[in-house]
Design a protein around this ligand. Structure first.
Ligand code: IMP
Length: 455
């Protein structure tokens, strides 16, 4: 019998977020997917969002891997995803309308992926209401769907294939406790019969796409086909590694992506971690390098241009508004300490830094750009992201290194040598603090506006 090391040549590329999400993972995932055979979405649900451009049309995808736009790919929604069928069908429709060929023939859905129901969204709102410090979730029912999975009352994609009566019986069990809670809060009881009919109809629409994904993935692995896992969320939103409780409800770091994508450690060829040249965050939680901005309750307040804070200037320069929710993002400087600290969670081979062009513009406007290289924390200088912030109540204070002036980069630049000196200093500073090689450098908004270094 062949041993596992001889028989398998790793072919999977994992694309992760290195901070709090919205790093532009879609750009690099899409580049990798161009030559991929299998593209996989592994974790999260319709809380994530990325924009793909097809035939000049912008499409907002939340569940389906963006790599589906390449006609040779098979796209899999893996077992780690929580799937909202309504959102899924809309995306299929949008892709087909845009002219993407054979979407339903190439899209596969793990029968073991869990389902999001409308009552999960109601519960999401309710859970936020009962917190002293709401997380600022996306209200897409993601947390409650994972809660049901953990409580072992969740319904899975396979359940959509049940006769409506049996589906209804499962919904009744899944919502028995929840209905008590809803009663107290004056929320209408879950109509299990109606939901069963609706979800049974969804089942009729998607049953041909439902697979045993273990077998599907194994076939691709055995045939040494190229696999790309499009990560969702990011390192500091991971429910174990992140800023608990201000996190999402899945493990969105590399090991979580493997489980969600039906892969194991022997399949991984390389891990690419994506960050932006400045940082952003939506929702609540610590953000050491955050800059002041005119944001309140997820809205931008009115202010005169001359009153703009640094956080406003970064947000507007980068167009930092959520794809899924439209919320303005909190913005700040690049945090190299945070990225360095992600090493155990992500196992990064290469960094991709997006918006290096935007950072140059900011530098020109503000006189310099900053990179956090250490923190002041609890009376000490430290070089790691602390994990007891909730306990101490102290957000680490960044110690910056500054690069005077900014830079201009043409979006047509394709080699490292074309970068202005200051931009190179930025990249080299990031590499020296994070101890991670920067292979990919984003120099413009389009997918191809990317420098790929030979390393
Ligand atoms: P949830 O995932 O909707 O439960 O939200 C939990 C936290 O994760 C909130 O702070 C969200 O803003 C954040 N979050 C979830 N998904 C994303 C994402 O794709 N990008 C950025 N933040 C996200």
């Amino acid at each position: 019998m062949a041993n596992k090391f001889e028989s398998l040549i790793p072919t999977a590329v994992i694309v992760n977020g290195g901070a709090w999400g919205d790093e532009g993972k879609g750009k690099i995932a899409s580049r990798e997917a161009k030559y991929a055979d299998l593209v996989i979405r592994a974790t999260g649900g319709a809380n994530a969002g990325h924009t793909v451009v097809f035939n000049g049309k912008k499409l907002g995808l939340h569940l389906i891997p963006g790599g589906i736009v390449y006609p040779q790919t098979t796209a899999l929604i893996g077992q780690g995803v929580v799937l909202d069928p309504d959102s899924l069908l809309k995306e299929i429709n949008d892709l087909e309308n845009a002219g993407v060929k054979d979407v339903e023939g190439r899209l596969k859905i793990s029968g073991r992926a869990h389902l999001v129901f409308p009552y999960h969204k109601d519960k999401d709102q309710l859970e936020e209401k009962y917190k002293d410090n709401p997380i600022g979730t996306t209200k897409r029912g993601i947390g409650p769907a994972y809660e049901d999975k953990d409580a072992r009352v969740g319904l899975r994609v396979y359940d959509l294939l049940l006769p409506a009566k049996e589906l209804e019986a499962k919904i009744v069990v899944a919502t028995r406790m929840l209905n008590q809670l809803f009663k107290i809060d004056g929320i209408t009881e879950v109509d299990a019969h109606h939901l069963a009919e609706l979800y049974h109809e969804y089942g009729k629409r998607i049953w041909q796409m439902v697979v045993n994904a273990d077998i599907l993935v194994e076939e691709f692995v055995r045939a040494r086909k190229k696999i790309v896992v499009e990560g969702a969320q990011a390192y500091r939103l991971d429910k174990d590694w992140g800023d608990y409780p201000n996190v999402t409800s899945s493990n969105c770091v590399t090991p979580g992506a493997l489980i969600g994508a039906h892969l194991n450690q022997y399949d991984v060829e390389r891990v690419i971690t994506v960050v932006k040249a400045y940082f952003s965050r939506v929702g609540e939680g610590p953000f050491p390098t955050e800059q002041l901005a005119h944001i309140k309750n997820d809205k931008v307040l009115k202010y005169k241009p001359e009153e703009a804070y640094v956080g406003d200037i970064i947000r507007e320069a980068g167009g930092e508004y959520g794809v899924s929710t439209g919320r303005p993002r909190r913005c700040g400087w690049f945090d190299a300490v945070l990225v360095k600290s992600s090493k155990r969670a992500l196992g990064t081979d290469y960094l991709c830094i997006n918006h290096v062009d935007t950072l140059g513009i900011l530098g020109k406007k503000l006189g310099s750009v900053k990179v956090c290289v250490k923190y002041h924390y609890q009376g000490k200088i430290i070089e790691y992201y602390p994990d007891d912030i909730e306990l101490t109540g102290e957000v680490p204070q960044p110690i910056y290194e500054e690069i005077e002036g900014g830079w201009d980069i043409s979006s047509t630049a394709r080699s490292y040598d074309e970068l202005p000196e200051n931009a190179k200093r930025f990249i080299e500073l990031v590499e020296s603090v994070t101890e991670m090689p920067v292979k990919f450098i984003g120099v413009g908004p389009a997918n191809d506006d990317l420098i790929v270094r030979n390393m």
